[in-house]
Design a protein around this ligand. Structure first.
Ligand code: KG4
Ligand code: ZN
Length: 334
């Protein structure tokens, strides 16, 4: 089976083709067009600009995907969550394409896509049950993936997502957009113990997160301070360590309580090397098999949407013309 995937939920336009060899799906073709150049000047995603860019580049990308190989058996497209105007471009395009090509299509939950991304490069198809930590710009969640399409959200953020906290804190320090990767770059030369930032909710006893207090602590600490290069690196390293400590502690607790053998890490923030290293170490200590998404599959991409869609289409699950975008689509409701 060959599935065409389309992802336009935010500021990345992506198209991918997932094919299959010996029952194992793999990425046959993928393009990811970042819109970073467009939004950089505004310090954040401008929905109208994102929509226009999706419209400009999506048809050409789909054409290239169609020229890349043989026939498709179905189309998978992100139906939500995400920016309504961005989602609408991908979903409308996929619906039109499915009609024109006479193919079934399926709307995929973007977060379910993130759950599949670690398995795309692992050389094995999703193992269930498993525990998933998804950390992106819009979400931070610990998910008990019981079975295909059966997900319990054990915990999520009460305020800022981990990526959002990275981005807002980077902005506070005057770093360029998007702040997460830049903050990590500076943190490499810093001392993670230089500043004592709070590990919010680390002992809350549940699996929820809160990162806005950490951002405030950074703002308060920086008051009246003109940090030099070393101090800036120390601030970044200490901030990053505070985020990582909480993410690791909660994941470890969930693994122990749920007694799971497999754990995954995905989402844009999983591109952070310090987090990846800490996560792999924690999994080893807990005796768990660890599957971590690899760049560029950490961030938003169509391969993960095609992969989740592939699994759904293979089981005969399709969407009809009445299905619309769901900007607030909850993973627990897929
Ligand atoms: O999954 P993603 O590409 O988009 C969403 O669905 O949100 O995640 C983007 C987020 C941004 O907040 C970005 O700053 C963050 O992931 N991010 C990082 C790193 N790379 C991307 N945060 C920390 N360290 C990184 N290396
Ligand atoms: Zn995402």
């Amino acid at each position: 089976m060959r599935v065409l995937g389309i992802e336009t939920s935010c500021d990345e336009t992506s198209v991918a083709v997932i094919a299959e060899e010996g029952g194992q799906p793999f990425i046959e073709w993928q393009e990811i067009a970042s819109q970073m150049d467009l939004h950089e000047a505004y310090g954040g995603v401008v929905p109208e600009l994102a929509t226009r860019r999706h419209l400009e580049v999506l048809p050409q990308m789909v054409n290239r995907a169609r020229q890349a190989g043989g026939a498709f058996h179905g189309i998978a497209v992100t139906g939500g969550p995400g920016l309504a105007s961005s989602l609408l471009i991908g979903l409308s395009y996929a619906k039109g394409l499915s009609r024109g090509m006479g193919l079934p299509w399926v709307a995929v939950n973007h977060m379910e896509g993130h759950l599949y991304s670690p398995f795309l490069t692992a050389g094995r198809w999703p193992v269930f049950p498993h525990l998933a930590l998804v950390v992106s710009g819009g979400h931070t969640m610990l998910v008990l993936a019981r079975e295909r399409g059966c997900y319990d959200i054990l915990g999520s953020t009460r305020d800022d997502a981990a990526g959002e906290a990275f981005d807002k804190s980077a902005k506070l320090m005057g770093l360029k957009y998007p702040g997460g990767p830049e903050l990590e770059r500076l943190a490499r030369d810093g001392n993670p113990d230089a500043f004592d930032f709070p590990r919010s909710m680390i002992h809350s006893g549940d699996f929820h997160f809160s990162f806005s207090g950490l951002k405030t602590a950074l703002r308060v600490r920086m008051k009246g301070m003109t940090p030099g290069p070393q101090e800036k690196s120390d601030l970044c390293a200490s901030f990053q360590q505070a985020v990582i400590d909480v993410l690791i502690a909660k994941t470890r607790k969930a693994l122990r309580e749920q007694r799971l053998d497999h754990v995954t890490l995905s989402g844009g923030v999983s591109g952070n090397t310090a987090l990846r290293t800490a996560f792999l170490q924690m999994a080893e200590e807990e005796g768990c098999a660890c599957h971590v998404a690899r760049p560029p599959l950490t961030g938003d991409n169509a391969a993960m949407i095609a992969a989740a869609g592939w699994d759904r289409l293979a089981r005969g699950s399709t969407s009809d013309a009445s299905i619309d975008i769901q900007p607030s689509w909850k993973l627990g409701a897929v």
